[in-house]
Design a protein around this ligand. Structure first.
Ligand SMILES: NC(=O)c1ccc[n+]([C@@H]2O[C@H](COP(=O)([O-])OP(=O)(O)OC[C@H]3O[C@@H](n4cnc5c(N)ncnc54)[C@H](O)[C@@H]3O)[C@@H](O)[C@H]2O)c1
Ligand SMILES: O=P(O)(O)OC[C@@H](O)[C@@H](O)[C@H](O)[C@H](O)CO
Length: 381
């Protein structure tokens, strides 16, 4: 069995790669980072080091790399003979890789390969595979004849890796990979690390609006407090209470929307806070806060739940405070942070312009009940 995995970064090597290797898959990493692909092809193995309680090392072997920008022929060949295609490239990159996957699927159909290849986007976004599938179908309308598309939710904290570590990856012990089973019609691939679920929506929404909402709030409030390491941030009593207030709001929504028992959701929140405070995990507010434009967008971890709370007449004050902290995320090396700061600077002092920015960046229109609160924080930014 062979899996082609797009994105040989933290989650690619430290999560999807190791679970597929342990399920017996040969791995082909596709990435645009030439030096990384060179390293992958030079090495026979790498190690995934878990840190924290119950940690152990996992050796990954049986992999190769293909440069998906410069070796389109090689990539196409790999897709023709793959049993699975996974991605961990970032939600906004899916549109970029879709035409390449479409080409591979077309070649697969032309070669008459039997069996459909499973395509699963492993990104922090609701229904990421649906978006990828739509873009693939736009380039190759017969894609469903050769591929099965399934949405997933992936959860494992994998920080940026220290330079000089080669391909080895340091990760937390915890991991969860939930995938919707329905598209496979009873024939789900045999991957012991995957939890198959009939309805993914509660899983992915709860993951995004608890783990990622809490994580991003920790990063933005933590950076404002001048703290760099994620595990240090929650030792600050004020930041901790801000993060807890944010998670109390998303808890209220998740309990009301999906019927999770309040005590079960509270236990989930507490477990997640323990994961954030793992002192052995070298994670930073800059990594966790990366791409703030994506993180304050309409369906994402702050505005997504805040909008639904406001529509239900419930408070979203803590989430709005987290958006305010996100607007203060000024990290010039992060392209989205640089763009955010430039756009805020251009609008500053002009209420019409800052209000227009609210709608442009968060997708919240003037008539929405969340608009007045967002209007205030954008005007103050
Ligand atoms: N790191 C985590 O803790 C974590 C956990 C769960 C989910 N995720 C999600 O996984 C995805 C990847 O995150 P990450 O932390 O591994 O990021 P990363 O930056 O470590 O890895 C992304 C990789 O994608 C590659 N890439 C970029 N554009 C590409 C393209 N056009 N074609 C092929 N490869 C391309 C990059 O070169 C890089 O190697 C994101 O959606 C993220 O939200 C991350
Ligand atoms: O990857 P992002 O940028 O969507 O979010 C940053 C972190 O919150 C994220 O990578 C978490 O570590 C991960 O989602 C945990 O499962």
């Amino acid at each position: 069995m062979k899996a082609v995995h797009f994105g040989a970064g933290n989650i690619g090597r430290g999560f999807v790669g190791v679970l597929l290797h342990e399920a017996g898959y040969e791995l082909v990493f596709a990435d645009v980072a030439d030096a990384l692909i060179g390293q992958i092809n030079d090495q026979d193995s790498y190690v995934v080091h878990e840190v924290g309680e119950g940690a152990r090392d996992h050796e990954v072997t049986g992999f190769s790399g293909v440069n998906s920008a410069s070796d389109l022929g090689g990539l196409r060949e790999q897709i023709v003979s793959a049993d699975m295609i996974t991605t961990a490239v970032g939600p906004r990159v899916l549109q970029i890789i879709a035409p390449t996957i479409a080409e591979g699927l077309r070649a697969r159909a032309e070669a008459g390969v039997e069996g459909r290849v499973a395509v699963m986007a492993c990104e922090n976004a609701i229904n990421a595979t649906d978006g990828l599938a739509e873009a693939i179908r736009a380039a190759y309308p017969e894609a469903d004849q050769v591929a099965i598309f399934a949405n997933t939710a992936v959860d494992r904290i994998v920080p940026d890796q220290a330079p000089g570590q080669g391909l080895d990856v340091t990760v937390e012990t915890y991991h969860e990979w939930a995938v919707e089973s329905a598209p496979f019609q009873g024939q789900t691939p045999d991957v012991p690390g995957i939890t198959w679920v009939e309805d993914l929506e509660p899983y992915i929404t709860r993951k995004l609006f608890t783990v990622n909402t809490g994580h991003a709030a920790t990063a933005y409030f933590g950076r404002q407090a001048g703290i760099t390491k994620i595990s240090d941030v929650l030792a600050d009593a004020q930041v901790r209470s801000q993060v807890e207030a944010v998670l109390a709001e998303t808890k209220e929504l998740l309990v009301a929307k999906f019927g999770f028992a309040p005590e079960v959701q509270q236990a989930y929140v507490e477990k997640i806070i323990t994961r954030f405070t793992n002192p052995h995990l070298p994670d930073t507010v800059e990594r966790v806060g990366r791409a703030p434009l994506r993180k304050i967008s309409r369906t994402e971890r702050f505005v997504g739940p805040a909008a639904e709370l406001a529509e239900r007449g419930l408070s979203a004050d803590a989430l709005v405070a987290a958006v305010a902290a996100a607007l203060a995320f000024d990290v010039p090396e992060d392209p989205e942070s640089a763009e955010l700061q430039a756009r805020l600077a251009a609008a500053r002092g002009d209420r019409q312009a800052t209000d227009a920015l609210v709608t442009d960046l968060t997708g919240i229109a003037e008539e929405h009940p969340l608009f007045p609160a967002l209007s205030e924080v954008f005007a103050a930014a």
